[in-house]
Design a protein around this ligand. Sequence first.
Ligand code: NI
Ligand code: MN
Length: 231
Amino acid sequence: MVEITFLGHACFQLTHDGKTILVDPFLNGNPVASTGADGVWADLILVTHGHSDHVGDAVSISKRTGSPVFTAFELSLRLQAAGAKVVGGNHGGTHDFGFAKVKITWASHSSGYINPNTGEVEEAGNPCGFIVHFGGKTFYHAGDTALFGDMALVSGGGKLDVAMIPIGGFFTMDAHDAVEAVRLLKPSLVIPMHYNTFPQIQADHNRFRQDIEANTPSKCSILAPGEKIDV
Ligand code: NI
Ligand code: MN
């Protein structure tokens, strides 16, 4: 059993057997976050890309917990320079952290990193998603992405237990394209994210759930920030 907690926006916490994985820990300054950065623990932090609503508090949490940040190689160098412990990979590569194996996958997006000291946008490599094998389950966090056909290949031929995908539109795919994404991904369960945080990314999550359950074999769980489920 793995406990999934939605912390708001694109931030999820996965916990199993005393280990905690945090994805995209944008907590301080996140208008919908259910906790501040000091309220979370991590044994592993995954960051999908350099935008501030995804890097969030990764550096401070890494410093406090000693947890590595796994992300794209170029972004890992930026975060290392800021004081984080890092592991830098790239699309298609898998790293074995012992308690979890994590593969970096394609995302159709951009990945500028806003240097908090200078305010300048710096190049930070490719944006990504993650396939996480943890606690006997397989999770996909899509990061920020448009719909792309290779989502059909993301699971690597295995079964995705849970897919966390954006539905807010404007910066990512919208709720309509996200239904197409679910047709390609074929997860047992889909959890929508990256909506209703900011005025530009409004989405009707109940309508999305109805569309998923009417048009695909997947189940859909809507999690409010702070809410958790076991899978
Ligand atoms: Ni982004
Ligand atoms: Mn974003």
